[in-house]
Design a protein. Structure first.
Lengths: 363, 341
């Protein structure tokens, strides 16, 4: 409970905000990687409390948003084939090329909304005559639990369980953003929970190669202003270091057992990102040894490929070139009840954060 | 009530046929439980007398699971409609009660629901005066659905209308928000977590009556934020009056365990359902007195002033966060859903 009060403390946050105002002399663009951080920034009204010169750019760290349209269509195809599809709640309202998972459920698909993939294994056990697929979306954060569900099914001898995996990795996405010719980012707030799993080692080479400050940051208001302060301070002093603001959770080498579980089931491969395209070595794919638990291998869905919606500028939003309210469709044709793309419906999507919380939209 | 004497343990299609089995179910359970001069006539309907204007409200209850911590679908069906009638500024008097039962429901469960309805109706001071029972095939319902319609006499001093609201008016709530939704969430299949959070399902008509007795037309509006939560209702009010609403997050009454559960599941308590919460908009010069009356009433011990009506940002609800920043409170779009991480 103390994290709910201590890290939302008005005086402590104000002290740091005052410091940021004091030390800022130039314009800086800082990207927060994670959609959870974006939501916290907007929901707590932090953006307007920062100096005008400190501009936060919202990053690609929303697993739902970066999941390509084709993958949603694949999950819907499975539902229509009579498979029990289990998913985190965030995914179900995201539009596919023709409909969303929620609409497919309304038409008779057996869709279950879960908090943990382990529950999906239990569903498979209880329904031996049905196939059960978990829609395994996420960054490094959810990979251990998804991998564990496969190991769990294997151990229990459950053969009617598989995962539709769409795991993506943060560091390759950061490189892709930095390599983009329109990139204006001066510093990063790295995603605290991803680092809690993976550790911070893989960020040292990025700091060196791109001469850019990276601060591993948490999600509470106090975490965020502290992370921003550390980034601005480095920028003002001309430094580029890797710092860990979220040390109460994030250890240098991460969570060893979680990494072992990931490495047992997954290997690194190319991944398609919604609106960004394919990034080499940017995701996890199921290893050959566990192919029978890979829904793409088990069912005939590999051929499903659909183009992204041209009206949606999710790609530009996700790499920070445009802000949600700079999209001509924002709040007009694109609303949470009738979204053009995932960032408007995902609980970590930047467009949803702006639509639901941002005071920018007050006339 | 002794179930063995009923001669049946589960409810089947025959109990909805209108024939002897239906009469059996009605006589042995419904009429026996709710006996009153109106119902005892066993006519197609009831004839009642009202003085002056009446308030009518109807609601259907389709909750899963039907039994949960702090209540069940039966008392919910009474409290929900009693409160809706009360929110109009009326004194609830009579209720209709209609069941749609899925065949296979255990009679013991049905009796538990009926007894709970009886208790809630007695406590709320309302009579069940007409009703209906239908049975549908297995798979075409979800154990039991209940519809109630409530009738109430308008309080002579009530002048409830959004059009009476003006800049500077204060908004109060009678207690902790988000209790009901989180109690249900903690027992839903696939989401179970251990907690002692109980539904806040209760009647609000007596507190509403006390407020109207004392403050009359200075009470501008009552609303009970059930589905959609406090955030959605406030947004609706702002839109209805084309004015803004300013809130402070620190003032919203939120019990610690509920706050922690919302945090864990990634849900915003402003959009979580309530069943024993209402908000009241009053003239600013009586807000402290209203607060004091509410705090001294059993149904309002955790009451608080949470915000005020403003001419700034018309149609928008703006909340100051704990750290002094600002956010808008937009309406809930669909159901709040479990997040990925």
């Amino acid at each position: 409970m103390k994290y709910l009060s201590e890290y939302r403390n008005l005086e402590a946050t104000k002290l740091i905000l005052d410091e940021i105002h004091k030390i800022t002399t130039r314009e800086w663009n800082i990207m927060e990687i994670c959609g959870g951080q974006t939501h916290s920034l907007v929901k707590n009204g932090i953006l307007e409390l920062l100096p005008e010169k400190v501009r936060m750019i919202h990053g690609p760290g929303c697993p739902v948003c970066v999941t390509p349209l084709s993958l949603i269509d694949k999950a819907i195809e499975l539902l229509e084939q009579g498979v029990i599809v289990c998913s985190f709640g965030d995914m179900i309202r995201v539009p596919g090329s023709k409909k969303s998972l929620l609409e497919a459920k309304a038409l008779g698909g057996d869709l279950r909304i879960l908090y943990s993939p382990i529950e999906a294994v239990s569903i498979a056990k209880e329904n031996p005559d049905k196939e059960v697929v978990f829609f395994a979306v996420g960054f490094e954060t959810t990979a251990p639990a998804n991998a564990l569900s496969v190991l769990h099914a294997e151990k229990e001898g459950i053969k009617n369980y598989s995962i539709l995996a769409s795991h993506v990795l943060v560091p390759p996405a950061m490189e892709a953003i930095l390599d983009d010719k329109f990139c204006t980012i001066d510093a990063f707030l790295a995603a605290g929970h991803v680092c809690a799993i993976m550790g911070i080692q893989e960020y040292y080479p990025l700091v060196e190669k791109y001469k850019i400050p990276i601060v591993v940051t948490g999600f509470e208001p106090l975490d965020l202003v502290q992370g921003i302060y550390k980034a601005v301070k480095q920028l003002e002093e001309g430094k580029h270091l890797l710092e860990n603001q979220y040390a109460r959770i994030v250890k240098e080498h991460g969570n060893k057992s979680a990494i072992e579980v990931i490495q047992k089931v997954f290997e690194i491969g190319n991944r398609e990102w919604r609106g960004i395209g394919e990034i080499p070595n940017s995701g996890y794919v199921v290893k050959q040894a566990y192919k029978n638990y890979d829904a793409e291998f088990k069912f005939k869905i590999k051929h499903i490929k659909v183009p992204e919606n041209q009206q949606c500028i999710a790609g530009e939003i996700l790499i920070g070139i445009k802000k949600p309210n700079e999209c001509s469709e924002f709040g007009k044709t694109c609303k949470p009840a009738n979204p053009l793309g995932a960032p408007m419906v995902s609980s970590e999507g930047a467009c949803a954060a702006y639509y639901h919380f941002s005071t920018n939209l007050i006339d | 009530m002794n179930i063995e004497n009923l001669g049946f343990e589960t409810i089947n299609l025959g109990h909805g046929s209108g024939g002897e089995l239906t009469r059996d179910l009605l006589d042995k359970i419904i009429f026996k439980t709710f006996s009153n001069p109106y119902l005892d006539q066993k006519h197609d309907g009831s004839i009642v007398k009202f003085e002056g204007e009446i308030a009518i409200s109807t609601d259907s209850f389709v909750i899963t699971p039907i039994f949960f911590k702090g209540g069940n679908i039966g008392e919910l069906a009474i409290h929900g409609t009693v409160n809706d009638v009360a929110m109009c500024g009326a004194i609830p008097k009579y209720l209709s009660l209609a069941f749609i039962i899925e065949e296979g429901l255990k009679v013991s469960e049905f009796i538990k629901v009926v007894q709970s309805i009886k208790k809630a109706a007695d406590e709320s001071g309302v009579l069940i005066i007409t009703g209906d029972t239908k049975v549908v095939e297995r798979g075409k319902g979800d154990k039991i659905f209940i519809n109630t319609t409530g009738f109430g006499e308008m309080h002579p001093k009530a002048s409830i209308s959004v059009h009476n609201i003006k800049e500077g008016d204060k908004i109060l709530v009678n207690g902790f928000i988000a209790q009901h939704g989180m109690a249900i969430m903690s027992e839903r299949e696939g989401l179970e977590f251990e907690s002692t959070i109980e539904s806040d399902s209760t009647n609000l008509n007596f507190l509403v009556k006390d407020l109207l007795d004392k403050f009359g037309e200075k009470i501008k509006l009552f609303r009970d934020p059930t589905r959609g939560g406090l955030g959605t209702v406030l947004h609706e009010i702002a839109g209805d009056i084309s004015k803004g609403i300013a809130l402070k997050e620190a003032d919203i009454p939120l019990e610690k365990q509920v706050a922690a559960a919302c945090e864990m599941l990634g849900l915003d308590p402003m959009y979580v359902a309530n069943e024993g919460v209402f908000l009241v908009v009053v003239d600013s010069d009586i807000s402290e007195e209203v607060l004091s009356l509410m705090k001294n009433h059993q149904k309002g011990t955790n009451a608080a002033i949470v915000g005020e009506i403003t001419n700034d940002h018309p149609n928008k609800v703006v909340m100051e966060s704990l750290i002094g920043g600002k956010r808008i409170v937009s309406p809930l779009v669909g159901e709040q859903l479990p997040r990925i991480c």
